[in-house]
Write a protein that binds this ligand. Structure first.
Ligand SMILES: NC(=O)C1=CN([C@@H]2O[C@H](COP(=O)(O)OP(=O)(O)OC[C@H]3O[C@@H](n4cnc5c(N)ncnc54)[C@H](OP(=O)(O)O)[C@@H]3O)[C@@H](O)[C@H]2O)C=CC1
Ligand SMILES: CC(=O)C(=O)O
Ligand SMILES: [Mg+2]
Length: 643
């Protein structure tokens, strides 16, 4: 029985108070539904409750019955921008859908529905907007043009960032249209490098909540805190505890910029609808003295909780997430310090749908770049030798996936494959004589070798064909290091993965100049093309942003319940396959971001196919054409018509 109950529904509980709107709850039954009432369209304050509900349900059969799928797919309520998830709807009878749409002044203040000057004459009449807007009506395309012009006028990247955040908070669809259509220009604004500065200054620029802050004060209440978030149908959570924000260290609660930025890419690059995304920051304190002494710091003013206290808060969070959103919600761990990151992944990898972007997403994107680079330098992965500067999450995560791929390609035991890969940490080359004092994730890389302190000496001793920077420390690929790589290799592969730009192990210009134009270079943060001896070199951006949006979409659309390493491998393959001859001709080993939605659809399709193959997918039946299905699932930022 589908019941359209008119219920009082608290909405928009901002920091400055709350307002109540009427809304309808739709309970979806398994097989057939009966529409009992349609109800009036407005509450006593003339707020539009459900737009066009008569129309939405007009396909319901005369006897009042229809399948749940029919009803849902016929709903054209403007903010019901969910993919129809038949299986979930039928299983989750207990989760009602609540829809409320404001009108008049409130509509203009509602970022999910506001269209600004793009409201049509009819909509202005129907929704009490007359007089609240100037007379002109413009298209969304013209709004994009206007906003881009306005953003380009700012010289300071942080001002551009703040303008974009303002837009996200006032007109969400316009924000996403801007980002999707100008992805190469705006990615550095909403993501690395600018998001790093935004986190550093988050206390000063914080205006409105864009994600959930869960601090030690919320211990014992996390289940209720999650319910305070206005959206109920969450599919992806990006969570950080702020301890390793990019290469900028412990930024505590101000790390919130990262989940917000990553989730806006989930929507723009991967097509996951914004209302399904939840940014979370776990605040257990910070060890950053500067922040602790900063009067504008927004987080808990205490040193970080560790051990049992930390573990209990995380456990409560993970349990509450599953209780609130079910077992198919994807939890992406982001920018945790490595002493927690590996343990959290291992602990929750068997009970939750979890993915560590720094360990796993980075590995997948780098493997894709290497596979593409092999088309230029020749040989198989097993023919190459790899040296890393940095043996943390990114370094050991990438190393392990390379070893796994070599092992799969050659049937070589994993331990043998690992011997082709060496890592240097802050104490020097990781070797057997250090094994007892190494963190557990470094131990597999402790090879038999003389200890070496300096990177340049390690390069000359190991003779790598590939050098990868994951140290978080800028300018560590010095001239002698790059020159040594160039002396050893005709085409040295050099990746400076550390973010933001200030922490990059070397710049694109340094890589090309010091290698005399021979390096195959990619970096975590973007660099402009470089002209060297009359030739233009376009550096690639080896950033996990290529992977996680499509990867997550693949998990969601297949209803996957666990992440498996093989999914990372097929995501890599999909990305590498998107590099065209035209890209190679420009020296690129990653495809341009402007094609990212197509790339994400291919990644999603490969990940979903692997989930089905491994028996980890719950969404049945498996769609025939997974690429098309992925594309059809993607959120469109075009305005809806409020008829
Ligand atoms: N491009 C991308 O997509 C991604 C980039 N990154 C970037 O990679 C960097 C590292 O991240 P992550 O691996 O998570 O961080 P971790 O803290 O886990 O690892 C950092 C590693 O670098 C080592 N290190 C630090 N300083 C030096 C130094 N001076 N010389 C040699 N080694 C050093 C550390 O050594 P020790 O263990 O001895 O302390 C540690 O092994 C960050 O800047 C991050 O932004 C991360 C994920 C994705
Ligand atoms: C890109 C990313 O995830 C990082 O630098 O941490
Ligand atoms: Mg990260």
């Amino acid at each position: 029985m589908i019941s359209l109950d008119r219920t009082c529904f608290l909405n928009n509980k901002g920091i400055s108070g709350s307002s109540s709107l009427f809304s309808y709850k739709l309970k979806l039954p398994p097989a057939s539904v009966k529409v009992s009432a349609l109800g009036p369209n407005r509450d006593r304050n003339n707020n539009v409750l459900i737009e066009n509900n008569n129309n939405a349900l007009k396909e319901v059969k005369e006897d009042g019955t229809s399948s749940a799928a029919d009803v849902v797919s016929n709903l054209t309520v403007p903010d019901l921008d969910v993919y129809y998830d038949g299986a979930a709807a039928e299983e989750e009878l207990v989760t009602p859908w609540a829809v409320s749409v404001a009108s008049g002044y409130s509509l203009l203040r509602d970022p999910h529905h506001n269209k600004g000057l793009a409201f049509t004459e009819k909509e202005r009449d129907a929704h009490y907007l007359r007089g609240l807007l100037p007379p002109t009506v413009i298209s969304q395309d013209l709004q994009v043009k206007k906003m881009m012009r306005s953003i380009r006028q700012y010289q300071v990247p942080l001002q551009k960032y703040m303008a974009m955040m303002d837009l996200q908070e006032t007109n969400e669809r316009l924000f996403y249209k801007l980002l999707i259509e100008n992805v190469e220009e705006l990615l550095p604004v909403v993501y690395t490098p600018t998001v790093g500065e935004a986190c550093q200054k988050y206390g000063s620029i914080f205006r409105r909540p864009q994600g959930l802050f869960i601090s030690l004060k919320e211990k014992g209440k996390i289940h209720e805190v999650l319910r305070n978030w206005p959206q109920k149908n969450i599919q992806v959570i990006v969570v950080t505890d702020g301890e390793r924000i990019l290469g900028l260290g412990d930024l505590g609660c101000q790390g919130m910029g990262i989940p917000i930025g990553k989730l806006s890419l989930y929507t723009a690059l991967g097509g996951v609808r914004p209302s399904a995304c939840l940014p979370v920051t776990i605040d257990v304190g910070t060890n950053n003295e500067q922040l602790l002494n900063d009067e504008f710091y927004i987080g808990l003013r205490q040193r970080r909780a560790t051990g049992q206290e930390y573990a209990e808060l995380m456990q409560e969070f993970m349990t509450a997430v599953k209780q609130n959103y079910g077992e198919k919600v994807l939890i992406q761990f982001e920018d945790f310090a490595n002493h927690n990151a590996f343990d959290l992944l291992a602990k929750y990898g068997t009970t939750h749908l979890v993915f560590n972007d720094d360990i796993q997403g980075t590995a997948s994107v780098v493997l894709a770049g290497l596979v593409a680079a092999l088309k230029v330098v020749g040989g198989t992965l097993a023919d190459h030798r790899f040296l890393f500067l940095g043996a943390g999450e990114a370094g050991t995560g990438i190393a392990e996936l390379i070893a796994l791929e070599i092992s799969k390609q050659t049937n070589m035991p994993l331990e043998e494959a690992r011997k082709k890969i060496y890592l240097v940490d802050s104490k020097g080359l990781i070797v057997q004589s250090r094994v007892d004092s190494l963190q557990h994730f470094k131990k597999p890389w402790a090879h038999d070798h003389e200890p070496i302190k300096k990177l340049v000496d390690a390069v000359n001793a190991i003779k790598p064909t590939v050098l990868i920077g994951t140290s978080g420390v800028g300018r560590t690929f010095t001239k002698d290091v790059v020159e040594s790589m160039a002396a050893l290799n005709d085409k040295p592969i050099i990746f400076s993965l550390s973010n933001p730009t200030s922490q990059s192990e070397c710049t694109a210009e340094e890589a090309y100049t010091w290698s005399k134009g021979r390096a195959i270079f990619a970096s975590g943060s973007p660099f402009d093309p470089v002209e060297y001896e009359g030739k233009v070199f376009v550096p690639g951006q080896a950033n996990n942003a290529y992977i996680f949006p499509g990867f997550g979409l693949g998990l969601i659309m297949s209803g996957a319940i666990r992440v498996h390493d093989d999914m990372l491998l097929v995501a890599s393959e999909a990305l590498a396959a998107q590099v065209t001859q035209e890209n190679f001709d420009k020296g690129l080993i990653y495809p341009p971001f402007k094609n990212i939605r197509k790339i994400s659809a291919h990644i999603a399709a490969n990940v979903a196919a692997k989930a089905y193959e491994l028996g980890l997918a719950t969404r049945q039946p498996q769609p025939k054409d997974l690429v098309k299905y992925a594309e059809s699932c993607m959120y469109s930022p075009a305005y809806r018509s409020y008829r």
